[in-house]
Write a protein that binds this ligand. Structure first.
Ligand SMILES: [Cu+2]
Length: 170
């Protein structure tokens, strides 16, 4: 009886250690690219939505973001809002370079991920996976939090740790 209890406790500890090292391997194979503070400003009536996030390049090489996709949107593009003569326009961006150990942010009024042709049923409060594609063929998928049209930043919830975890998934 006693030795059984001891055995199962040891086995459980062994499993936990195994899970921990797997977790470490998992984040390493994201190859040093992190996506954090990811959110979508949802708009009603099938309007295109803007996706925002911080992309960090923790590698020693420049990376180039060349596209994005999501199973929840028919068409996804990289855009930049440009102000010219007091007019705000969106232009399509082919690639966004991120220098080694630097990050770039998609923010309202600047670079954004344009999410078009939304699939039915997307609502504020949900999480939607968006995959970012890089020029070397690498992809990183992060869960983007869908927020109301009035939202201006990556969430008032205290879930910073959660956001960091999302960046590690891919
Ligand atoms: Cu746009």
């Amino acid at each position: 009886m006693r030795s059984n209890a001891f055995f199962s406790r040891t086995a459980r500890r062994g499993l936990a250690a195994g899970a921990l090292s797997l977790g470490l391997l998992g984040s390493a194979c994201a190859a040093g690219i992190q996506v954090t503070d990811a959110w979508i400003r949802w708009l009603p009536a099938n309007l295109p939505a803007g996706g925002y996030a911080k992309v960090t390049n923790d590698t020693d090489k420049e990376i180039k973001l060349v596209g994005a996709s999501s199973p929840k949107y028919g068409m996804v593009m990289l855009h930049q809002t440009v102000n010219k003569n007091g007019m705000s326009n969106m232009v399509h961006v082919d690639a966004i370079a991120i220098a080694p150990h630097k990050s770039m942010a998609f923010t309202p009024g600047d670079y954004h991920i344009m999410l078009m042709q939304p699939k039915p049923g997307i609502e504020p409060g949900q999480k939607v996976p968006v995959t970012l594609k890089f020029s070397d063929g690498q992809t990183v998928t992060a869960e983007f939090e869908v927020r109301k049209p009035t939202a201006s930043g990556p969430g008032d919830m205290k879930g910073m740790d959660m956001d960091h975890m999302h960046g590690m998934r891919h």
